[in-house]
Ligand binder design. Structure first.
Ligand code: SAH
Ligand code: SF4
Length: 366
């Protein structure tokens, strides 16, 4: 039965080489296998022609190479494509491809739901069930690549950028996220440049401090408010790590990073009459004056069950202008994939919230 076999797509590059050494093989076998999987999309050991017959037979007996299956595919008119992957137990995770002229960006999920529960986010409203495994995260990139093409398949435009901006808070699933980054960056894995892999965080300051100098990928901070009072309401983790602590940890991270070219991306969701006034833009300018950054303004993507609204274009433009005039690099993000609920914060998948499930169980017992 395959379920008893070892899945080689669950291992980091280091684990894979240790695995081959433990089999009495040379560690470079790990590199050969990784190239087959992540650069050619080959999962059948019989097709891995540079492995000898004996090793292939041994691998077939004890191992598999597999990822969660795609169960639905939705394509928007602008080419944005959303896939839902079945991760068992009735749960689905979503991953989104955003094609642009010069790149193919894949937005991946790191958790089933999200425990941070930001006030405006559809994923947060779904509750939280569990962290995704290495296989379930790298599997999203693998499955997307089976659709758009692997790097060694020149007919296609392979995935060039990966952003961890799907469902979940990546820094609350640190061990797996770090292994996934190793697979994305490895010359034998997806071989992406560290500048093209982005971890987006709501601001888990102690984790950022811990990984500074150990993980080197691009960083985005979801700030969304210029003061603690408002941020506590919008991004509840701010009550644990306030703006000052978070910005200090961000500074520390980018100081030790090459991937960021010295700058963090600040994400700011614009919510009508909540965080989009001229005064708030001015406060943001003050707050970020000493942080080397570029600012991404994301007009709120509306979704059902949310009271928040997207500001008018004139309010968005006014906010933009304050930052621009103060000398910031500021980008107004255009909404992609809205019609298939694939835009930022619209990913919901299918989450069985453990806490709610627990409550359901309790109420049945009573
Ligand atoms: N948990 C991480 C990464 C996933 S969320 C984080 O919060 O950074 C990715 C981005 O989408 C975040 O900046 C988040 O604040 C933003 N986002 C969430 N819901 C949104 C919505 N409805 N409209 C626009 N952006 C949203
Ligand atoms: Fe979680 Fe990010 Fe959504 Fe906040 S915005 S609830 S951290 S996924």
């Amino acid at each position: 039965m395959t379920s008893e076999k070892i899945n080689l797509m669950s291992m980091s590059p280091q684990e894979l080489s240790e695995f081959f050494v433990s089999m009495g093989e040379k560690s470079f076998r790990a590199q050969q296998i990784m190239r087959w999987i992540y650069q050619f999309g080959v999962t059948d050991f019989d097709e891995m022609s540079n492995l000898n017959k004996v090793l292939r037979a041994k691998l077939k007996e004890t191992c598999v190479v597999t990822a969660p299956e795609i169960v639905t595919e939705q394509k928007a008119s602008d080419g944005t494509t959303k896939w839902a992957l079945d991760i068992g137990d009735g749960q689905l995770v979503e991953t989104v491809l955003i094609p642009e002229a010069d790149r193919n960006t894949l937005c991946i999920s790191t958790q089933v739901g999200c425990p941070v529960k930001c006030a405006f986010c559809r994923t947060g409203a779904q509750g939280f069930n569990r962290n995704l495994t290495v296989n379930e995260i790298i599997g999203q990139v693998f499955r997307a690549a089976t659709r758009v093409g692997f790097s060694k398949n020149e007919e296609y435009k392979p995935i060039s950028n990966v952003v961890m901006m799907g469902m979940g808070e990546p820094l609350l699933n640190l061990q797996n996220v770090m292994k996934v980054c190793d697979l994305l960056l490895s010359d034998y894995g997806f071989a992406l440049s560290k500048r093209r892999v982005t971890v987006s965080t709501s601001g888990v300051a102690p984790v950022l401090n811990k990984i500074a100098g150990k993980l080197d990928v691009a960083l985005a901070l979801s700030l969304h408010a210029p003061d603690d009072e408002l941020r506590n309401k919008l991004v509840p983790i701010n009550e644990n790590y306030n703006i000052k602590e978070v910005l200090d940890s961000v500074r520390n991270y980018i100081d030790k990073s090459n991937a960021n070219c010295g700058r963090v991306t600040i994400e700011y969701v614009l919510l009508d009459h909540v965080n989009d006034s001229t005064e708030q833009a001015e406060a943001l300018v003050k707050l970020l004056r000493t942080i080397p950054c570029k600012v991404n303004l994301i007009p709120f993507n509306e979704h059902e069950n949310s009271e928040f609204r997207k500001p008018s274009n004139s309010r968005i433009d006014r906010f933009y202008k304050v930052l621009f005039d103060a000398g910031f690099t500021v980008i107004k993000r255009t909404t992609r994939g809205d019609e298939i609920s694939a835009a930022c914060g619209q990913l919901a998948g299918q989450v069985k919230d453990k806490l709610n499930k627990q409550k359901e169980i309790e109420s049945v017992q009573v």
